[in-house]
Design a protein around this ligand. Sequence first.
Ligand SMILES: *Cc1c(COP(=O)(O)O)cnc(C)c1O
Length: 357
Amino acid sequence: MTRPIRLEISLPAIRRNFQFIRQHSQSRKLFAVIKADAYGHGVLDTAKALADQADGFALLNIEDAARLREAGIRQPIALLEGPFDAAEAAAMADYRLSGAIHTLEQMAWLAKGSAERLVDIWLKINSGMNRLGFRPEQASDALTRLRSMPGVRPAAIMTHFATADDDFGVAEQWSRFAPVAVASGLPVCAANSAALLRHPLTHGDIGRPGVALYGVSPFDDATGVELGLEPAMTLSADIIAVQQLQEGDAVGYGRRFIADRAMRIGIVACGYADGYPRLAANGTPVAVDGQASGTVARVSMDMLAVDLSHLPQAGIGSRVELWGSQVPIEQVAAAAGTISYELMSAVMPRVPRRALD
Ligand SMILES: *Cc1c(COP(=O)(O)O)cnc(C)c1O
């Protein structure tokens, strides 16, 4: 036996979420975003699960793209940040990868390519996020240059929204991007999960759903379940000890929790070295054998404590869901002052992961 903690991934949930996004969006094609090991869900398992539905995949590193090709994935695979050096630009042709181009340096690397092995390029426009991309007024020159290169084929014009998930919305960025997109005559690739769920104007030809595939909400005002999605990741661990506290007893490092009454607590085999956020506030939701409860005291490296005072049947061996279908990860993230994206992608390799079909 191993330490009683596990990460379970529901591949059917990911498939149903993909279908949900397909039904609720107008993009002609959907490229499943599987960067960061598919947000912690496993890049190979996720790609295989979506192989008969997704029009393509999008990720960051060429090693993952190569693994997908070696595993028999035939769809287009796009590198969201394009090549990081000349060798990667050359490898894009070898592995039949497409990708974003956002600098003149990347163009120079790709300029060495040949017409026999065309690389599909998404020209990336910086419409206001100010991370990557050509400014709108540079787009036409960039496109002219791309069109003069023998080894590339401009396949889309792309941008990324900074605020599709909040009240600021997409109007400002869209007003900068749309005229450039129209002038280019290229297919439009702009919408992330939030835009696919709430900004139909931006759906265009290729959508890039990420977080919603995993059943998680990009919005502050609704959980994935409330949106109609199904969480695909469950992190759970077992209770390995029980403590009976008297009023005034302290728990954990720094005596940061003092019992204000007699309490029964369970010690769970999950800590921040598993990826559970150390900053999770006292009372962060958990489910103990399916019953709602909350955390108690500071999270340690390998353990955390939960309140069992109202759960007399719970004890050693009880299963505690840290997040999943019973405990929305969005609520755990909020209690820790972070976002679900960070929690999902930060589960540590020491937690055994199992994909369920
Ligand atoms: C991560 C990413 C996405 C997906 O974003 P979600 O909010 O997870 O849907 C889309 N496009 C780009 C460029 C990204 O980096």
